[in-house]
Design a protein around this ligand. Structure first.
Ligand SMILES: *[C@@H]1O[C@H](CO)[C@@H](O)[C@H](O)[C@H]1NC(C)=O
Ligand SMILES: *[C@@H]1O[C@H](CO)[C@@H](O)[C@H](O)[C@H]1NC(C)=O
Ligand SMILES: *[C@@H]1O[C@H](CO)[C@@H](O)[C@H](O)[C@H]1NC(C)=O
Ligand SMILES: *[C@@H]1O[C@H](CO)[C@@H](O)[C@H](O)[C@H]1NC(C)=O
Ligand SMILES: *[C@@H]1O[C@H](CO)[C@@H](O)[C@H](O)[C@H]1NC(C)=O
Ligand SMILES: *[C@@H]1O[C@H](CO)[C@@H](O)[C@H](O)[C@H]1NC(C)=O
Ligand SMILES: *[C@@H]1O[C@H](CO)[C@@H](O)[C@H](O)[C@H]1NC(C)=O
Ligand SMILES: *[C@@H]1O[C@H](CO)[C@@H](O)[C@H](O)[C@H]1NC(C)=O
Ligand SMILES: *[C@@H]1O[C@H](CO)[C@@H](O)[C@H](O)[C@H]1NC(C)=O
Ligand SMILES: *[C@@H]1O[C@H](CO)[C@@H](O)[C@H](O)[C@H]1NC(C)=O
Ligand SMILES: *[C@@H]1O[C@H](CO)[C@@H](O)[C@H](O)[C@H]1NC(C)=O
Ligand SMILES: *[C@@H]1O[C@H](CO)[C@@H](O)[C@H](O)[C@H]1NC(C)=O
Length: 573
């Protein structure tokens, strides 16, 4: 009897708690803006980096945001081997500074390779980037990080860190993918920093916004990175919202419909829509060969076989600077998406006036950031595109917004939260206000809750009476009445808490097996020749097939095997 009443009170309390947290919790977290390091780093352009603390005592590293679904699942830092072994011809301190500072895991007391096989040495998860020949190995481990400078620091204690040495990625990266990272030797995936920040209510939703910054503007404007929202002062109102691509590793897929330039009477450089993956892990634009040829003809570019870049000679560089064309990229939905709306992103030539330096060339040479794509899986709009484009990705709603970036003065910021679906915000809290719909929702919710409460109380009361009668009957008959009561009690109490475990996609492990991803244990050298490469897997696939490969994306993104040693990276040069 006393127990029944106690249970009824618990239910009442729980109901009030749930309605009040939905209706009146006005402490929805604000979006977080990560301040730029105020450095321009890189060897294939000048990129605005973001400085974070790694390890104990903390080591400061300057990183580039990584929007890539697979490669962005962890934080990448450059190890001392990235200079001492990968670039011994460079002065060590110059190299270290050029790579955004190095991270020595042996000097962090909180570094751990706990749970990882092979002392943490695995292949990097570059499912998309390896299509462009960008790969490498990493020493994986867990360590603490600090995202913000000073007292407001968001310190996360055990984030996944990948220590890299490959020259394919000159700077480390701050992964902002929401996907967990899968190691074949670990049963459970390792959650990403974005998921961790979201789950600890540090940010209001699984979302981010990014633009790379523009060193060529007068005055230069640094990049902007917001987690859980966006900076409305950095995006023009002509932006468009698009759904994510069907393949989870190519989520930021756009339809590039045209590239034109402003010389009177000029032919378009691209006239037919192609699907392009937007990826901040890649520096250049990878366009089809025929489009590259049109660039070559229009601007006198010559392909350099050694560097595999359009390196200028002084004459053509001076000519192009004098011509100073501006380029218009027309962006719409990818094939299969909702066609119709488009937005134009306009680039002054100065956005493409970059220099390439060591280890590609001695010294520093001007080049045009265009690469020849061999097939559709290589079509990529890299960081150079994000100098003039602002990108907002919302993983809760699976859509993203892309539009021309704006360059207000440093102090201007207009942060807007992206609220996760289902969150009801109290009026006046945060930077968002309630719509009529939301208010109506709250009113309906409260009414429903009250009706439910009354219903439950009446039900409990009636059942209590029934059970009392039953107990009296049972006592009379000499039989315990509890089992029936217990059953219904269990049903009531456990239902709201019951959450089903998320099942891995069916067939994921088989796919993994068929891709040759065997776990490596004792014989690293035997594995060397068999390291699976994504390039072979998807070379020459046409766009239709790519969509069918959506399932493969999941399995292939899984790290296939611990890699052998640094020699593979170093041998690539
Ligand atoms: C309100 O939200 C904050 C952050 O999401 C959370 O920490 C807190 O527990 C919530 N309060 C209630 C009463 O639910
Ligand atoms: C890791 O596996 C989970 C399901 O097992 C999947 O949802 C996730 O996308 C995978 N991570 C990557 C980076 O592919
Ligand atoms: C860490 O390793 C480097 C060599 O990679 C060495 O020079 C340094 O002294 C080591 N530091 C500590 C604290 O062991
Ligand atoms: C984060 O929250 C989601 C939804 O509540 C849950 O499925 C997931 O396991 C959580 N992840 C971590 C790392 O706690
Ligand atoms: C967009 O902004 C421009 C000025 O920057 C303004 O003239 C125009 O009306 C705005 N359009 C919309 C739809 O808000
Ligand atoms: C520079 O390149 C252009 C076009 O590729 C070529 O015509 C010209 O001869 C080159 N000039 C020099 C000095 O190499
Ligand atoms: C550049 O390489 C391609 C194929 O690798 C070759 O066909 C071409 O002749 C080379 N061009 C020069 C100028 O070496
Ligand atoms: C085009 O944009 C308008 C306004 O933003 C929107 O109402 C409409 O649904 C969009 N059309 C498509 C096909 O996405
Ligand atoms: C740089 O110069 C050195 C010596 O002059 C030469 O050995 C090396 O190959 C050059 N590197 C590149 C990338 O051109
Ligand atoms: C780019 O290279 C040119 C020629 O080597 C040099 O004059 C210029 O200063 C370089 N620019 C940058 C930003 O490094
Ligand atoms: C996603 O879609 C919703 C509903 O159409 C829209 O309100 C929101 O602005 C979109 N978000 C992004 C980032 O495009
Ligand atoms: C932004 O800050 C940088 C460095 O502090 C400065 O050089 C630049 O002039 C500033 N830009 C504006 C628009 O205030």
């Amino acid at each position: 009897m006393a127990r029944q009443q106690h249970r009824a009170w618990l239910l009442v309390a729980a109901l009030f708690a749930s309605t009040s947290s939905a209706a009146t919790n006005n402490s929805v977290p604000a979006p977080v803006s990560i301040p730029p390091s105020e450095y321009w780093d890189g060897n294939d352009g000048q990129w605005s980096t973001f400085q974070i603390e790694v390890g104990t005592p903390s080591q400061l590293v300057r990183l580039l945001p990584s929007t890539s679904a697979s490669a962005g699942t962890s934080i990448w830092v450059v190890l001392p081997q990235g200079c001492s072994e990968a670039n011994p011809e460079l002065v060590y301190s110059t190299c270290a500074n050029s790579r955004g500072n190095l991270f020595s895991s042996n000097e962090s007391t909180t570094w751990s390779t706990n749970r990882l096989a092979n002392n943490g040495l695995y292949e990097l998860d570059t499912y998309e980037e390896s299509q462009l020949g960008l790969t490498g190995n990493a020493d994986y481990g867990f360590d603490s990080i600090g995202l913000l400078p000073g007292s407001s620091n968001a310190i996360a204690s055990t984030e996944l860190i990948a220590g890299i040495a490959t020259d394919d990625f000159w700077l480390g990266s701050l992964g902002i993918s929401p996907l967990p990272m899968n190691f074949t030797s670990l049963d459970e995936p390792v959650s990403s920093i974005l998921e961790n920040l979201r789950n600890t209510s540090f940010i209001p939703s699984t979302s981010w916004a990014y633009t790379a910054g523009a060193v060529y503007r007068q005055p230069p404007v640094f990049g902007s990175l917001t987690l859980g929202g966006y900076d409305a002062s950095r995006m023009q109102n002509s932006s468009i919202s698009l759904p994510f691509g069907a393949d989870q590793s190519r989520d930021l897929l756009v339809g590039l419909q045209a590239i034109t330039y402003d010389t009177f009477g000029s032919e378009p450089l691209l006239a037919q829509s192609i699907d392009m993956f937007v990826d901040s892990m890649v520096s250049q634009m990878w366009l089809p060969l025929d489009v590259c040829r049109r660039f070559e003809e229009a601007f006198g570019l010559t392909w350099n076989n050694d560097t595999e870049l359009y390196v200028f000679n002084d004459t053509t560089h001076a000519q192009l600077q004098a011509q100073n064309p501006s380029f218009t990229f027309t962006i719409g939905a990818s094939a299969g998406g909702p066609q119709g709306n488009t937005t134009n992103i306009i680039f002054p030539y100065s956005a493409f006036d970059l220099n390439i330096s060591a280890p590609y060339v001695n010294g520093s040479l001007p080049y045009f950031p265009l690469k020849r794509a061999q097939n559709s899986s290589q079509y990529t709009l890299g960081r150079v595109f994000l100098q003039e484009a602002y990108l907002v990705a919302d993983y809760d709603r699976r859509n993203f917004t892309i539009g021309q970036a704006l360059f207000p003065s440093n102090s201007t910021q207009d942060l807007k939260a992206i609220i996760a679906p289902g969150t009801v915000v109290n009026h006046g809290s945060g930077s968002s206000s309630l719509s009529r719909g939301a208010i109506a929702g709250i009113v309906v919710g409260v009414v429903v809750a009250v009706v439910l409460l009354i219903g439950i109380l009446v039900y409990l009361r009636r059942r209590r009476l029934r059970q009392r009668k039953a107990a009296q009957m049972a006592e009379l008959n000499g039989v315990g009445a509890t089992p029936a009561a217990k059953e219904s009690a269990n049903g009531e109490e456990s239902e709201p808490e019951e959450t089903k475990p998320v099942q891995p996609p069916p067939g994921a492990s088989e796919l993994n097996g068929s891709l040759g991803g065997t776990e490596l244990s004792a014989a690293p050298d035997a594995q060397r020749m068999e390291l699976p490469t994504a390039v072979n897997k998807t070379n020459d696939t046409d766009p239709e097939q790519l969509h069918e490969l959506a399932g493969d994306g999941i399995a292939a993104a899984e790290l296939d095997s611990p890699a052998q040693n640094w020699s593979r990276d170093l041998a690539k040069q």
